[in-house]
Design a protein around this ligand. Structure first.
Ligand code: ATR
Length: 273
């Protein structure tokens, strides 16, 4: 019998840490599988995915710019993928259908808990109102923060998200420029600014004493937002490498039905950063 195949696809993909993470998970759980990274863009997405599933491919992780295409490709969706309107993993089902799921928000909340950063009854600020924000609103609201504010450079996009998710509770939308006198206990950077080594402009004193900063992005050195947090006396200011490992563990669980321990991998990647 041939070995089950898994992969991460996206563009650019060469620097993805997912193969190392999943190969480690397979090793510690004794699962026989292969996991590789493939450069796939919007133009060859359909051909590649169909071919992969026809050749013993059992599941994919999807990264930029494929999360919406994967959402559209899936035959069935989990509730969290439907809510996020984006898919970060596909899984072949026993009946041949393809399940689309999204564990980005799960990965974030699990990693925040790993670091003892609580959201319950805290004032939480999300910077950015793109796809990354969409995937984390629901799991954050499940933690029942005292307040959730979404601030975006283009205010209308924050307002759209606040309206779309209003059934989950009160979400306040504003422009980055409207952030001034209020303080937050947890600030999450979900803008893509870190990817171009930039930082949203933030008012001084916006981070409450003992407040925490979390950047969904990660890089080999501290991101501009992580550095901003440290400069502004954050109790903890970290990047999203732990979120990456936690969402991978959740994907592994969806694919293989077994939940790998994440501690060793997070420690290894954080150290190599
Ligand atoms: P993703 O799927 O990664 O969220 P996206 O949907 O393109 O990517 O959204 C990028 C987000 O980062 C947006 O909220 C964007 O703000 P605008 O909606 O105003 O464009 C935000 N962003 C990107 N670069 C930024 C910067 N330099 N300063 C502030 N916000 C930035």
């Amino acid at each position: 019998m041939s070995i089950d195949k898994y992969a991460v696809i996206g563009s650019p993909i060469s620097h993805s840490k997912s193969p190392v993470i999943h190969q480690h998970f397979a090793q510690i759980t004794g699962q026989e599988l292969t996991y590789a990274a493939y450069e796939v863009n919007a133009d060859n997405f359909h051909t590649f995915v169909t071919d992969f599933f026809a050749n013993n491919g059992k599941g994919f992780s999807c990264t930029l710019p494929l999360k919406i295409l994967a959402y559209e490709y899936a035959d069935i969706l989990t509730d969290r993928a439907r809510q996020a309107k984006a898919v970060n993993m596909l899984a072949a089902q026993a009946d041949g259908s393809i399940l689309g799921d999204n564990a980005d928000g799960h990965g974030l909340v699990t990693d925040l808990l790993n670091h003892k950063i609580k959201l319950h009854q805290q004032r939480v600020l999300i910077l950015g109102a793109g796809g990354a924000t969409r995937g984390i609103i629901s799991p954050i609201m499940q933690q029942q923060p005292a307040q959730l504010v979404i601030a975006n450079r283009t205010m209308a996009k924050a307002e759209l998200l606040a309206t779309e998710f209003q059934d989950l509770g009160l979400i306040i939308a504003c422009g980055l420029k409207e952030l001034n006198s209020q303080q937050f206990d947890v600030i999450i950077n979900a803008t893509s600014a870190s990817l171009s080594n930039e930082l949203p402009v933030l008012p001084a004193n916006i981070l409450a004493p003992q407040g925490c900063c979390y950047d969904l992005a990660y890089a080999n050195e501290a991101t501009p937002f992580v550095r901003w947090g440290l400069k502004n006396n954050a109790l903890i200011s970290i990047d999203g490498v732990g979120m990456l490992v936690e969402q991978a563990a959740e994907a592994f669980y969806v694919w293989r039905g077994i939940r790998p321990d994440t501690n060793a991998m997070i420690a290894l990647l954080a150290k190599s950063a």
